[in-house]
Write a protein that binds this ligand. Structure first.
Ligand code: IMP
Length: 430
């Protein structure tokens, strides 16, 4: 029996985690986000109605559940308040259902200015960030000058931290980036307005989780972005600024790693990437266009067209290793429904040698060429299918090949955008 499950992205993000978390939430008592911020974008379709969240855990749409924004998240209160207000308008916000860690760091207006200014300065070498201030907010956390959600509860502490931060930030923005600095009173007033709205949600969420674990509650740890965007284990420097791998579920929520029962990786039936950086199975031509069109591969956060490519088994095996995956959740199988020949990359070719372990050094990864296996497609719609047995034979073969390459089972298969378009093979909490 697995009470506490971690869900992570096994590729470069956008694997469809939002929908999966939404489904698993039905069985969970508590849903915790443990890293990232509003660089993420989760699209959830409920009863034909579409909701996009950037910060709130996707589980917020379920009544009677507790959603936690954990210690490892960076919080832009402007975005958080806006998301709460949308839910309030729809009559879907349960105030008792949201907790925010006092230790989560705040994204400040100067973080967003710096994110955009640095990308401009990088020119050709830009990372392609979401410009939401994520990197600069994490920098301040590591350099120990960041302002945390708990500081919003004490006006004088907040004001004094803001003042000392602005001393440096304004100097930097004005001299290095020739931009306009910020006024203390302006940010102070704005953030105290946000505090009025969210203060009641801020608390020691690690303590809350400890009590919940002791009471045998079911907890879902919801990762954002994906393994290959991890600050340590991703395709550095084309990564985000947090650890996205499963180990972060523990540190980013104040729960010991021995309390995590199962780790599942969400992986698309093909691969996508937003922003810059190496992508061995990327398709430039009509196949890439076809996947982008059929898969509606445009960013939920920035609207950018996603780069598309075939399934990468080497990257998947790496994700199995660094996350310790116990199983996979395969999404968007239906996007391949009418594709005649489907390719799976099983190895890379590097300087005349064949390799199966993903190199994370940029220059080496850039040189890797995918070696493909070609499988016949199934040319039948799968969106209406609800059991593994009913899937077309070639779709079953495709799933089995992925399982063989990864060494783990597929727990769930998603065959469409709606909650119901899912095939459960193994009970995730079972
Ligand atoms: P940042 O997280 O905004 O600093 O962006 C760093 C890199 O991570 C860029 O390549 C972004 O496109 C990528 N990224 C950040 N969040 C997501 C996400 O939720 N899905 C996919 N890519 C993301």
């Amino acid at each position: 029996m697995a009470n506490n499950i971690v869900i992570v992205g096994a590729q470069w993000g956008d694997e469809g985690k939002g929908k999966i978390v939404d489904i698993l939430t039905e069985e969970a008592d508590i849903i915790v986000r443990f890293q990232g911020g509003n660089n993420a974008g989760h699209t959830v379709i409920v009863d034909g109605e579409k909701f996009v969240f950037h910060l709130l855990p996707s589980g917020i749409l379920h009544r009677g559940k507790t959603c936690i924004i954990g210690d490892g998240v960076v919080v832009d209160p402007e975005v958080l308040v806006a998301e709460i207000e949308v839910l309030e308008k729809n009559g879907k916000f349960d105030p008792a259902g949201l907790l925010i860690s006092q230790n989560a760091h705040l994204i400040m207006p100067y973080h967003k200015t710096l994110d955009a200014a640095r990308e401009r300065l990088r020119g050709e070498g830009k990372i392609g960030t979401t410009k939401r201030g994520i990197g600069p907010a994490y920098e301040d956390k590591v350099s120990r000058c960041g302002i945390r959600c708990g500081d919003l509860l004490n006006e004088s502490v907040f004001r004094s931290k803001l003042k000392s931060n602005l001393l440096f930030k304004n100097h930097y923005i004005e001299t290095m980036h020739h931009g306009d600095g910020f006024e203390v009173y302006e940010i102070y007033n704005r953030y105290m307005g946000y505090a009025d709205k969210i203060a009641r949600h801020i608390q020691d969420t690690s303590l809350f989780l400890d009590k919940a674990i002791k009471a045998n509650k079911k907890i879902l740890f919801e990762g954002a972005q994906g393994t290959l965007l991890d600050i340590d284990h991703g395709t550095f420097p084309y990564v985000t600024s947090s650890n996205t791998v499963a180990g972060q579920a523990a540190t980013g929520s104040g729960v010991g790693p021995t309390r995590l029962d199962r780790v599942l990786g969400v992986i698309k039936a093909y691969t996508t990437r937003v922003g810059e950086g190496p992508f061995p199975t990327e398709l430039d031509g009509s196949d890439g266009e076809m996947l982008r069109g059929k898969g509606e591969e445009f960013g939920a956060t920035t609207g950018r067209a996603r780069r598309c490519g075939w399934f990468d088994g080497v990257a998947m095996s790496y994700a199995v290793r660094v996350n310790g995956l116990d199983g996979l959740i395969i999404t968007k199988l239906d996007v391949l429904d009418s594709v005649k020949e489907i390719k799976i990359c099983t190895e890379y070719s590097l300087d005349g040698k064949t390799i199966t372990d993903l190199p994370t050094e940029l220059d080496i990864l850039k040189k890797c060429k995918p070696i493909y296996e070609t499988m016949d497609g199934w040319d039948k719609p799968t969106t209406g299918i609800r059991t593994f047995e009913e899937l077309p034979e070639n779709a079953k073969k495709f799933i089995s090949r992925i399982e063989e390459l990864s060494g783990v089972k597929a727990f769930l298969i998603s065959v469409g955008a709606g909650r119901e378009a899912s095939i459960k093979v193994v009970e995730p909490f079972g």
